[in-house]
Write a protein that binds this ligand. Structure first.
Ligand code: F58
Length: 833
């Protein structure tokens, strides 16, 4: 801009405009030209000689250009309109692959397929070259990814903020049936889906001391930090479907900062100064792979503060571009914290408003209480994060003071209401007294957030009656639930194109891709023989694809006539993969004891299990090994043949799910009632017409309401029966069949007798916390009902169609609309074409 007058600037803009088209063109020839340009100038390969991976890279870059175009326009438009924005803070996002999702959302998949085939490439083959972005552990992280897709599609002015981990979730490799972990080098070949913004960076400070200073006659507390790390932004455009909007997921990477170590350079310790600088990068190096608890880890706390501080600096800078009065902050900013992990943001907002913007404490607190909302994804109180006071005091000394102050105000307020009820006061305090004095991050969130959300109706009940009972009694109006949902773009359109075509054909429209309620229209055709034929064919083709994958990976050949029975999710005791395996052992045992005529009545099964165990979770690792030893025995038993096959799919991730779910006949969701906050896998299976075998837990209860309990296989104790069952301690006595299968494992029927002893002990009478023993008989009945239903293929197909038809409620579009209206107060802001 410098030096040019208005007339010159206009002329320059005209010239620039003339040099580029307003929109990139999407006809086959333009796409081919773009791809070849990227082969030559981005990937730097000769256009006469490049392989599939290089073709994928060039293709991805041409898609990225189109994403960037929309993303610029969207942000320009948001800036012009200045609506209230939602900022979604999450430590984890499980994005999976981006190519197909992007071209579908941009509406140019067919054009790309044509363009590539004319160049002699197959779109599908190139799409397979892409690796997964696995910056998260499980359900919480994939939910965040689905919600980003919905936010973009529904035109909400939203931003996601997270961490750009150098290493995502570990790769699982299986050696002799044991899980081993390997690092996920996902960035080794570059990442075409992100835009590095070297000029968007902020210093994030740690450690040091707090001192008193007098400013304008007022005594203030001033933080003198001892370390500074630079947060550099990497932007990931998220395109909406059927809209020009593309929103931003901004992930922060840690880079050394030169603010504090100049001293070392001048004292001559050059090499050590460089080495120490590099240590800064460790902050965003690795995702914590445990999905249970992280209590007391310094690096984890630094990760949380690092991304929170950078995000808030970014948000406040954007606010200040257009506003100079913080009274307007709540009108322009909604901050959603995804689980309690980013809740240090509350203390950080207070620090910025009080220490840097010099607002009164009570005014600052008033603002904080208006902007924050939180969603809890856990059920077990022990999963709620706690940070030892000493640790917080060392890493973030000023934040500790602020949290003490917040707690002081909270306690004063509570004392007015609760009087001398010290038990209750101490339960509600943000500070937990005890051997190791801790900050309860959940209580900090509860004190500040205007809404506290559960992720299913049942989950909210648990939060109200157990986990946060005291807070609920005090502030019932804060507590809400938004039943989770998943995006039908990823889980039908991308992953099951044949089903997508069938739905559009029978509904006579593609409008369901944006308005999923329309999918209920399929109910009308649930008995139509023509639809049945197409549906069965779709399932068969998907099963074929899955069978090929299984054979390539495990060398196990499976029959397409068998029922494909799947349980894929993180391995956890509460998710009860062990119940599944014990059920498989029971099935095996029954087949072994049958004569030939009985065998003819057996419904053949392929039992597929997949999932990662946290590296330090021994019981979960034993479950994986048990699955393998059972498979080894069953799969080669000539008495069994095709009647039963057991498969463990290694390295389960988002793209594996995209392949497995469409090929599934029956999916299993076995959590002990009251332990799964919601579950979202079940929704993906439901959309794809897999029948559900499930406990009445989490969102399965609501699924039953939508599709009718008769269209699924429910079993097991209900939430309110669980305490009494635990009390009674019936496990082995409860079921002879259960006793028998556990005994088989104990006695070394599948080998590794000593190794499995401790696993068997977990379900021993009196110790069977997750109630495998008491649910076993009911589980087998549900399995038998599924077998009977499968024999009648027309009936099964009808149930399958009704499952898809009833899945509309479980779209993340519905969830996001509820959040927008009930928690965030944001409105769509649609960028005009
Ligand atoms: C999951 N939580 C719930 N946590 O288990 C599941 O029921 C729910 O459907 C899903 O969230 C979405 O709401 C979950 O995935 C985690 O992965 C970790 C918990 C501990 C800290 C890091 C994430």
């Amino acid at each position: 801009k410098a030096g040019l007058n208005l007339g010159e600037r206009k002329a320059k803009a005209e010239k620039m405009f003339g040099l580029m088209d307003v929109f990139l063109k999407n006809d086959a020839v333009s796409l081919q030209k773009d791809i070849l340009d990227h082969v030559e100038f981005t990937v730097a390969r000769s256009r006469f000689n490049f392989d599939d991976f290089e073709a994928y890279q060039a293709l991805a870059h041409s898609v990225r250009d189109r994403l960037i175009e929309r993303w610029h326009d969207t942000h320009q438009y948001f800036k012009k309109k200045d609506p209230k924005r939602l900022y979604f803070l999450s430590l984890e996002f499980l994005m999976g692959r981006s190519l197909t999702n992007s071209v579908i959302n941009l509406g140019i998949q067919d054009q790309y397929a044509d363009a590539l085939s004319q160049l002699g490439f197959d779109y599908e083959v190139l799409a397979e070259q892409e690796g997964d972005a696995a910056l998260g552990n499980g359900g919480l992280a994939r939910l965040a990814a689905c919600q980003m897709d919905s936010l973009a599609t529904l035109d909400y002015p939203a931003w996601g903020y997270g961490l750009r981990y150098q290493y995502g979730l570990f790769r699982q490799i299986i050696v002799d049936g044991f899980q081993h972990e390997q690092p996920d080098f996902w960035l080794n070949f570059g990442n075409p889906w992100e835009i590095e913004r070297v000029h968007v960076s902020y210093p994030v400070k740690f450690y040091g001391t707090v001192e008193e200073e007098v400013l304008n006659g007022k005594t203030c507390r001033v933080w003198i930090p001892a370390e500074s790390v630079e947060a550099v932004a990497y932007d990931n455009p998220i395109p909406g479907y059927g809209t020009r909007n593309a929103i931003n997921l901004r992930l922060w990477a840690a880079k050394p900062s030169d603010q504090y170590d100049m001293e070392s350079y001048t004292t001559g310790d050059y090499i050590n100064a460089i080495v120490n600088r590099q240590k800064a990068e460790t902050i965003s190096n690795v995702l914590y792979p445990d999905d249970r608890s992280y209590q007391g880890k310094e690096l984890r706390l630094k990760q949380q503060y690092f991304f929170v501080s950078a995000s808030l600096q970014d948000i406040i800078r954007r606010f200040k571009d257009l506003h100079n009065n913080f009274d307007e902050f709540p009108e322009k900013v909604a901050l959603q914290i995804n689980d309690t992990h980013p809740s240090i943001a509350i203390a950080e907002v207070m620090r910025v408003l009080v220490d840097e913007e010099h607002l009164d404490w009570s005014k600052a607190w008033g603002i904080a209480c208006k902007i924050f909302s939180v969603t809890i994804h856990a059920v077990q109180p022990e999963a709620l994060e706690k940070v030892p006071i000493d640790l917080l005091g060392s890493v973030l000394p000023r934040h500790l003071e602020i949290i003490y102050e917040i707690n002081y105000c909270l306690m004063e307020e509570l004392k007015k209401i609760l009087g001398q009820d010290y038990d209750k006061l101490s339960r509600m305090s943000i500070i937990e007294e005890g051997a190791v004095k801790c900050i309860r991050m959940a209580n900090l969130s509860l004190a500040c957030c205007h809404t506290v959300n559960g992720v299913s109706r049942l989950h909210l009940e648990t939060l109200k009656t157990r986990v946060f009972k005291d807070f609920y009694e005090l502030w019932p109006q804060k507590f809400q639930f938004k039943t989770n949902g998943v995006t039908q773009r990823r889980w039908i359109v991308v992953s099951n194109p044949s089903l997508c075509s069938i739905i559009s054909k029978w509904l006579g429209t593609e409008a369901w891709i944006r308005n999923v309620d329309l999918i209920a229209g399929l109910r009308e055709y649930a008995e139509d023989p023509d639809l049945h034929a197409e549906w069965k064919n779709m399932k068969k083709v998907n099963k074929m694809r899955l069978a090929e994958y299984i054979e390539t990976l495990t060398s196990v050949k499976v029959s397409l006539d068998a029922m494909f029975d799947v349980q894929i999710k993180r391995i956890h005791e509460y998710k009860r993969q062990l119940l599944n395996i014990l059920g498989i052992i029971h099935r095996y045992d029954c087949i072994k004891n049958m004569d030939e005529s009985d065998k003819r009545r057996v419904v053949p099964r392929v039992c597929i299990i997949g999932g990662k165990a946290a590296p330090g979770y021994e019981v979960a690792k034993k479950i994986i090994k048990l699955c393998h030893v059972v498979a080894d025995k069953v799969n080669i038993d000539p008495d069994v043949g095709d009647l039963l096959k057991v498969v463990f799919i290694p390295d389960y991730n988002v793209s594996v799910a995209e392949l497995v779910i469409p090929g599934t006949d029956l999916s299993q969701h076995l959590s002990t009632a009251g332990h799964e906050a919601s579950g979202t896998g079940c929704m993906k299976f439901l959309m794809n017409g897999s029948l559900l075998l499930a406990t009445a837990d989490g969102s399965a209860v609501e699924i039953a309401e939508e599709i009718g309990a008769a269209n699924m296989f429910l079993f097991g104790a209900k939430v309110d029966e669980v305490p009494a069952l635990r009390e009674k301690g019936t496990s082995l006595k409860g079921s002879l069949q259960f006793a028998r299968v556990v005994r088989m494992v104990r006695d070394g029927h599948f080998g590794f007798k000593d190794y499995f002893k401790s696993l068997c002990d977990t379900v021993e009478e009196g110790k069977d916390f997750y109630l495998l023993g008491s649910d076993f008989a009911s589980y087998l009945e549900a399995q038998a009902a599924a077998d009977r239903a499968f024999v009648d293929q027309e009936k099964w197909t009808q149930m399958s169609i009704l499952s898809t038809a009833g899945s509309g409620k479980f779209s993340s579009d519905r969830t996001i609309e509820e959040y927008a209206e009930q928690s965030w107060g944001i409105e769509p802001c649609k960028c005009p074409f």
